[in-house]
Every structure is written in C-alpha cells, then in structure tokens.
Ligand binder design. Structure first.
Ligand code: NAD
Length: 263
C-alpha cells in the first residue's frame, strides 16, 4: 500500500530520542520531508543524521524547547523558510515527573500543563493555517495509555493529558470538513529511556528491585513484551497518510493489549 507520504512535509516534536525519533524515521523512510526538534542540539543533530540515512525526503533539525513560545515561533519560521508549508504535525514531548497528589504543587501542575498541553496547543495553532491552505492536514498527538487507564504514581501525566485529549477531540470536529484529521495515540509500555526511568522510580517507591518492577509491568501486557518505538511510528505513518482520511477524532491505544477497558 502506498501511503502517499512522498512530498509531504512533517514536523515531529521532541524527536531526538525514543518514540519521537522512531516516528521521524518511519515518516522519512516513507518519503516525507521531516523537521525534527528537541532541546538538546547535540543529541538532536545525531538523531537527524540517523534519520536522514534511511530517509528519502529532506531531514532538518531545529533545536527547540516546546515549553517556550519564542522557540516554537522560531521553529515555525524555519519550517516556513525551508518548506513554505506543513502537512503533518506530530505533537510529542517528554513526560512530567512521577508522583502522587500529595507530592505535587501548583508550580508542578503549571509545568506539566506547559509541557504536555500548551506545547501541543502552540504547535497546532501555528500548523493549522498551512493545513487549511493545503486542504489537507494530519495532526497526531502522542499521549499515554494513562488517558484511558490512569497510571499509579503519575498523577501529573494522568491529569494533564486527559485535558489534551478533550481539546483535540473537539478540534477534530471543528476542522474535519477542511480535509484535516486530528487523532491521538496512547502508547502502552514502549521500551525507551522514559519507560526505564518510570519503572526505576516505581521500583524505588514500592521497595521492589528494578527487575521485579520490569517483570510486574510486563505481566500487565497480553503481548508479553514491551513495544518498540517504531511500532508507534508505523501507526503514525498510517494516520498521517491519505489512506486514513476517514479516521478522525480517534484516541487509539498502541499497547499490546494492556488497556482493560472496552473503548
Ligand atoms: P523519551 O524520554 O525517550 O524522549 C522524550 C523526547 O522529548 C526527547 O527527545 C527529549 O529531548 C524531548 N523533550 C523533552 N522535553 C522537551 C521540551 N520541553 N521541548 C522539546 N523536546 C523535549 O520519551 P518517550 O518514551 O519517547 O516518550 C514520548 C512521550 O510519550 C512522553 O510524553 C512519554 O511520557 C509518553 N509515553 C511514553 C511511554 C513509554 O512507555 N515510553 C508510555 C506512555 C506515554
């Protein structure tokens, strides 16, 4: 199946490692030109080289802290200078710190809101005019299975990401007739630095060894293994394609069967 991504321009946020980097790689392999961004310029530049090696389109790296409006403005100026348009936006960022309700305070909630809600708002606000002009757009948000099944000791993530899904579902109905789709992916346990750090903190908080915490997480997954970052990339590539034009407003878990609810 030709996904029709050749010649499309994609911005993949937070793509120096983990899920973001894998998404950038799959989109580039499918022929899209890809703009990658993250805070750490050196790690980002290495990731860009890796993605460009197997990619068929142009691959550009722009250092950017997604919690800073000035950085996001500069990022979009670069997208405009290099390509003059944007067809695909993948909203992604790091995760907020672990903790329970009593571990948090107002400042921490504001930071989590900046990182996992406003970053996506800022990029989407800037991407939409290009997509409206093209009569084609794909906005794909990377959140967490937490939006369907809250995760213990991750209250900031559970709280803020649910708000993002509410905004994006509403947006999907507002822009649907313009050829723009808005969908959200909820990764389950995907083997990245973030997952290792979450499980190590879970071990420390519950008096388990690292191995026990990993085993316990694995026992929740019917597939019997952690996901690979590129397995999120393949789903993003389909949702970004012309073939997925009739998939809009979906909140889709990619989790090896982890989530226990029906929907
Ligand atoms: P990761 O820590 O491996 O990578 C995060 C990326 O975000 C890095 O490139 C980092 O540089 C970038 N980043 C962080 N803060 C940023 C900022 N302010 N501005 C720009 N870039 C920033 O994480 P991952 O495992 O790839 O996860 C990606 C997202 O998916 C996170 O929000 C994470 O919480 C969520 N998630 C991951 C899993 C999992 O199992 N890996 C499960 C559920 C949800």
């Amino acid at each position: 199946m030709d996904l029709g991504l050749s010649g499309k321009v994609a911005l993949v946020c937070a793509s120096s490692k983990g899920i973001g980097k894998a998404v950038a790689k799959v989109l580039a392999e499918e022929g899209a030109s890809v703009v990658m961004c993250a805070r750490d310029g050196e790690a980002l530049s290495k990731a860009r080289e890796e993605v460009a090696e197997s990619g068929r389109g142009e691959v550009v790296a722009v250092p950017c802290d997604l919690t800073r409006s000035v950085d996001v403005d500069a990022l979009f100026r670069e997208v405009d200078r290099r390509f003059g348009t944007l067809h695909i936006l993948v909203n992604n960022a790091g995760g907020p710190p672990a903790g329970t309700f009593l571990d948090t305070n107002v400042e921490m909630w504001k930071e989590a809101f900046e990182l996992n809600f406003l970053s996506a708002f800022r990029c989407t606000e800037k991407a939409l005019p290009y997509m409206m002009k093209e009569g084609f757009g794909r906005i794909i948000n990377i959140t967490s299975f937490a939006v369907k099944q809250p995760i213990e000791n991750l209250i900031l993530s559970n709280g803020v990401r649910a708000g993002l899904v509410g905004m994006m579902k509403t947006l999907s109905r507002e822009v649907g007739e313009k050829g723009i789709t808005v969908n959200t992916i909820c990764p389950g346990y995907i083997l990245t630095k973030r997952l290792e750090s979450v499980l190590e903190k879970r071990a420390a908080a519950s008096g388990l060894s690292r191995e026990e915490a990993f085993e316990m997480a694995l026992s929740e997954v019917p597939a019997g293994r952690f996901g690979k970052p590129e397995e999120i990339g393949y789903v993003v590539a389909f949702l970004a394609s012309e073939k997925a034009a009739y998939v809009n407003g979906v909140t889709l878990q990619v989790d090896g069967g982890l989530i226990r609810s029906l929907l």
